[in-house]
Design a protein around this ligand. Structure first.
Ligand code: F6P
Length: 536
């Protein structure tokens, strides 16, 4: 029996009525009515403090949202996911990224397989390899120690490791240089090869499928670069991080250089697996395990906390409230921390590739909006870019502000200015300037306020805090998908473009009659051919 359409549930209907009541309420009034609002609408764990008081909600709103979560049996869904049920129905597999960060003692057997033991074994293989690499004992074809690791991967095989390596840059020690190549635009791999030595560079081909054309193209170019510079044992300069070891062997990578993960790890949920090897190479395994530990603590929070005190549940419910009732179309993610500049891109793939769907699990059209358009940038830079639209534009765009309470040692003045701007922006979005008390301001200067935002604070960006933050967003994404009744773990929408690109690439390269396309595609192909196709 397929689940009832979410929008027909009693709590959803009640929320529609409640939304009409709330539409005319300004958050300024809510703060005036309840001096304890910040305390009553915030939650914290050992790692993060989350202030969601600047949303257009009352206690009744939360009661109704929590009732909606209860009517969809969110708790049952969490248990199913954690226990390895086949939650990714179209790909017939579990979604067990939480198993990648289980502590040693936990047991989880699926179809006779002891999952934590398999995870532990592969993590130990990765640990041994990373220790050898970081000790300068891994040598290239001329016997020189490897001092550079180039990760070749895209999407979840790039965004996660790139974000975490960059965010934890100040934890780097005794480490090889780590670079990332994702785009098939040759400019990207050229920019890395130009600063690398063929004798001391190791390429990590990171690809769950080991079939992504951009990644294989870049890997082939890396191999050619080595051979052209005299390398007589290319196998010493490649490792594979993949769920398809057979394809890696066929590519020419030896088993001892293949680090595996599993079908039940989605690409955008894979940084916790061997896909995180570049992170461990940069910050060491002790810090990488801290990163896993922070995520596990959030997993425990998600599984154990009552809905009203459950961070991923509350944040996911607020997304539903803003997107499905206030008709917001986007979510801006704005970290006030340069080290988190890739976080908006990472969360963009996580949320939009998970929940950019329009069919329910039962195969019916959803009948309501699903994922927001997720983008962002770092504060304070975005204050000089797109914040104008959020303050005085015609759209309602909720914001996630994230900031560390402590900055770089000895730079308190910088950090106070950074944090002051973060807090000022969320206040301005909420309160506007109508009650600034000054003389009447001209209309073009009015900032209406009543724009929702969440502020997430943490003491310092440590591996554990970052692990907790990314797990928080993973589970929030799961809550969204569950509440929309969709499958957040597949991504069939990306297949068509990949398939079309194969034929178009052949047509661009060929001289035969251009294939049967629409007039625009045909003309674009013709113009490439006419241009001669190569650089001037
Ligand atoms: O974008 C589609 C996708 O499959 C992502 O889900 C994935 O992270 C990316 O492409 C790369 O896939 P792979 O790791 O198999 O190369």
């Amino acid at each position: 029996m397929p689940p009832r359409k979410r929008s027909s549930l009693p709590a959803w209907q009640e929320l529609k009525r409640h939304h009409r009541e709330m539409s005319g309420v300004h958050m300024r009034e809510l703060f005036k009515e309840d001096p304890g609002r910040a305390k009553n609408f915030s939650l914290e764990t050992d790692d993060v403090y989350v202030d969601f008081s600047r949303h257009r909600i009352t206690s009744r709103t939360l009661d109704l949202l929590v009732a909606l979560a209860g009517e969809t049996d969110i708790e049952g869904a969490v248990t199913q996911m954690y226990d390895g049920a086949c939650v990714n129905r179209t790909e017939q597999c579990p979604a067990l990224h939480t198993a990648l960060r289980l502590p040693e003692r936990r047991r989880l057997v699926i179809e006779g397989r002891d999952i934590p033991s398999e995870v532990r074994r592969e993590l130990e293989r990765m640990e041994n390899f990373v220790s050898t690499l970081r000790a300068g004992k891994l040598t290239g074809w001329t016997g020189k120690p490897i001092d550079t690791l180039v990760n070749i991967g895209i999407g979840g095989s790039d965004l996660g490791p790139r974000l975490v390596t960059e965010a934890l840059e100040h934890y780097r020690a005794q480490a090889p240089g780590v670079h990332f190549v994702a785009n098939v635009d040759a400019d990207e791999i050229e920019s890395v090869l130009r600063v690398s030595s063929p004798e001391t560079t190791l390429f990590a081909v990171s690809s769950k499928s080991f079939a992504t054309r951009e990644t294989l193209r870049n890997a082939a170019t890396a191999g050619k670069w080595l051979v052209e510079r005299g390398c007589r044992d290319v196998s010493k300069h490649f490792i594979a991080l993949t769920a398809n070891p057979a394809a890696a062997v066929e590519f020419g990578i030896g088993n001892e250089h293949i680090f595996k993960f599993w079908e039940w790890v989605g690409g955008r949920y894979s940084v916790w697996s061997v896909i995180g090897l570049p992170v461990a190479a940069s910050i060491g395994m002790v810090n990488f395990r801290e990163f896993l530990g922070g995520a596990h603590r959030m997993d425990e929070h998600f599984k154990s906390q009552p809905l009203r005190r459950n961070l991923p549940v509350i944040l996911g419910l607020l997304d539903i409230w803003n997107l499905n009732f206030f008709k917001a179309a986007a979510l801006a993610v704005i970290p006030y921390a340069r080290s988190l500049k890739l976080l908006p891109d990472y969360i963009g793939q996580l949320m939009m590739e998970s929940n950019g769907k329009s069919l329910t699990l039962a195969g019916a059209k959803v009948g309501y909006e699903t994922s927001a358009v997720v983008w962002g940038g770092t504060g304070t830079n975005v204050q000089h870019a797109f914040l104008q639209l959020l303050h005085q534009g015609t759209r309602l765009i909720p914001v996630d502000f994230l900031a560390p309470l402590s900055g770089r040692d000895g730079e308190e003045e910088h950090h106070r200015l950074l944090l002051a701007n973060c807090i000022a922006q969320s206040r301005a979005l909420m309160a506007g300037n109508a009650d600034s008390g000054k003389e009447k301001i001209p209309r073009y200067r009015v900032v209406a306020g009543n724009k929702p935002s969440t502020t997430i604070l943490f003491r310092k960006l440590t591996p554990r805090v970052l692990g907790a933050l990314l797990a928080l967003y993973e589970h929030r994404t799961f809550v969204q998908g569950h509440l929309w009744g969709i499958n957040p773990f597949d991504q069939w929408g990306v297949e068509l473009g990949k398939t079309l690109a194969v034929g178009i690439a052949d047509d661009l390269a060929g001289t035969q009659t251009i294939g049967d396309y629409d007039a625009s595609t045909a003309e674009l192909i013709r113009r490439y051919r006419e241009s001669g196709g190569e650089g001037e």
